[in-house]
Design a protein around this ligand. Structure first.
Ligand SMILES: *[C@@H]1O[C@H](CO)[C@@H](O)[C@H](O)[C@H]1NC(C)=O
Ligand SMILES: *[C@@H]1O[C@H](CO)[C@@H](O)[C@H](O)[C@H]1NC(C)=O
Ligand SMILES: CC(=O)N[C@H]1CO[C@H](CO)[C@@H](O)[C@@H]1O
Length: 134
């Protein structure tokens, strides 16, 4: 029962988030990597994005990460580095680079950088299509 309640809350939050209007002032995601990349089998590739956000409006719990169907977190397969710089009083710039190691055709697919503010504001970057060669 507790789990079901949690799921309902999660769905509700997701609906609220998807209907929330994007405001560039609060949060903006820039995807650095090209839209279509064709790395060689066995090589690695870096997916890079930058979230520019207003610290006061967005909140300190901004989550930024690379996703396929789920967030890319398996440490044997994905190596992620994050760094953050402060531009002025309220503006921050967080760069997230996820390296996909030892590419195989199973890694073919669409990847997206997603950012979410503590306030519920979200901003997805454009999709990256990976097609492994060989
Ligand atoms: C942030 O991380 C990126 C990717 O690893 C790196 O190129 C950049 O130099 C880093 N910036 C700072 C300020 O450390
Ligand atoms: C990704 O690129 C490949 C090769 O160009 C293409 O066949 C495939 O349809 C693309 N996938 C998507 C989802 O756009
Ligand atoms: C490695 C991986 O999870 N690949 C999936 C990425 O997403 C596409 C759909 O866009 C799936 O078909 C892949 O299986």
């Amino acid at each position: 029962m507790i789990w079901l309640t949690g799921l309902k809350v999660l769905l509700w939050v997701t609906l609220c988030v998807s209907s929330a209007k994007e405001e560039k002032d609060t949060l903006e995601v820039q995807t650095i990597t090209n839209r279509h990349i064709t790395p060689a089998r066995g090589s690695s590739v870096k997916l890079s994005c930058i979230a520019l956000y207003d610290f006061k409006l967005c909140g300190s719990l901004l989550r930024v990460g690379w996703y396929n169907l789920t967030e890319l977190t398996d440490p044997r397969k994905y190596f992620t580095t994050v760094n953050e710089t402060v531009s002025d009083d309220n503006r921050r710039r967080r760069q997230v680079v996820t390296e996909i190691l030892n590419l195989t055709p199973e890694d073919n697919g669409l990847y997206q950088c997603q950012a979410r503010c503590d306030s519920g504001e979200t901003s997805p970057g454009h999709y990256i299509n990976i097609t492994v060669q060989g």
